[in-house]
Design a protein around this ligand. Structure first.
Ligand code: ADP
Ligand code: MG
Length: 293
């Protein structure tokens, strides 16, 4: 990086930092820092990462989720499929605190009541969410985007604008390799392909080392090659993180489940079927409402 670029980057980062701080003082995105201990640390000793039970969400009487129950194990990669309107995104909204259900329970680990936490707290406690559209800082470089993601972690923020520690640099390097963007580290994020932007955003989530990652249609709009690489990326994350992946691309789901993992089919706000991909694909009800003949 040239000194000019470094300077320009530092200026941009400082502007973002100021914005973040303003949001904090106005009670924005990270206003919830410091209250989490009150709720304890998530306990994963029982092997459960996420547990939803009997969740119902109504919009003007219409049940987007209807007594939905679902359990995701620690380190599990679970694919969720189902027709449009099945409630997949609403389910993620409930887990992340964006939507409050009318009834039901939702826990993270065995002890954290997600329904009593605010959206900011939930992100902070180890649940990362990838929305459908990529949202990266287009004018910053790939590296700077990851650096900023570190800044969202309060522990790292103090040191950010002085110098990155060796550990932090190593972590950025690791993530860059994982998301196949090491050669693009100094490239402006806005110039990346759609698929690369999606990977960058996933990398930004990974900088916070979430225990649970929610990915809503992550390969929509990607090329076949990008889709395949994304599957490889998710498979490499499995085990260290729990992943919930909502997708319509059955080839991608097949690659992720490798003939042995459970797939959940949602329909009209509840679980219609659960089993291996081959099993749910042979299920008459699933064929009728979703996959077709
Ligand atoms: P999916 O992601 O499976 O396609 P969604 O969770 O987005 O489904 O939507 C489930 C149903 O809930 C749909 O019928 C949708 O129109 C409805 N819905 C979702 N969000 C809202 C909302 N904020 N207000 C009213 N209806 C909503
Ligand atoms: Mg959706």
């Amino acid at each position: 990086m040239t000194p000019e670029l470094q300077e320009a980057g530092a200026r941009l980062l400082a502007e973002h930092q100021k914005k973040i701080e303003q949001e904090v003082t106005s009670g924005g995105r990270e206003a919830a820092f410091g209250r989490l201990l009150k709720h304890g640390t998530p306990d994963f000793a029982h092997g459960v990462a996420l547990y939803l039970d009997d969740i119902t969400v109504s919009f003007d009487g219409f049940k987007a989720l209807n007594a939905l129950s679902l359990a995701i194990n620690v380190g599990e990669l679970r694919c969720i499929i189902g027709p449009n309107g099945a409630g997949k995104t609403t389910m993620m909204d409930v887990i992340t605190g964006k939507t409050r259900p009318d009834a039901g329970t939702a826990s993270f680990g065995s002890n954290i009541d997600l329904l009593r936490l605010r959206e900011n707290d939930i992100a902070q406690i180890g649940i990362g969410r990838k929305f459908q559209k990529p949202t990266v800082y287009e004018q910053l470089s790939v590296f700077e985007n990851l650096e900023l993601a570190l800044a969202a972690d309060r522990r790292a923020r103090a040191s950010l604008f002085s110098r990155l520690s060796g550990t932090q640099l190593d972590r950025i390097g690791e993530i860059l390799t994982l998301i196949h963007l090491l050669p693009e580290a100094q490239r402006t994020a806005g110039l990346l392909s759609h698929g690369q932007k999606q990977w960058l955003e996933i990398g930004m989530l990974l900088m916070q080392d979430p225990k649970l990652l929610l990915l809503d249609e992550p390969v929509a709009g990607m090329t076949d090659e990008e889709t395949e690489r994304t599957a490889e990326l998710f498979l490499s994350l499995e085990g260290q993180h729990s992943l919930v992946v909502v997708e319509h691309d059955m080839k991608f789901v097949d690659q992720l489940t490798q003939g042995r993992k459970t797939v959940t089919v949602l329909h009209e706000g509840s679980v219609l079927a659960e089993g291996l991909l081959s099993e749910v694909q042979a299920n008459d009800k699933v064929v009728e409402v979703y996959l077709g003949r």
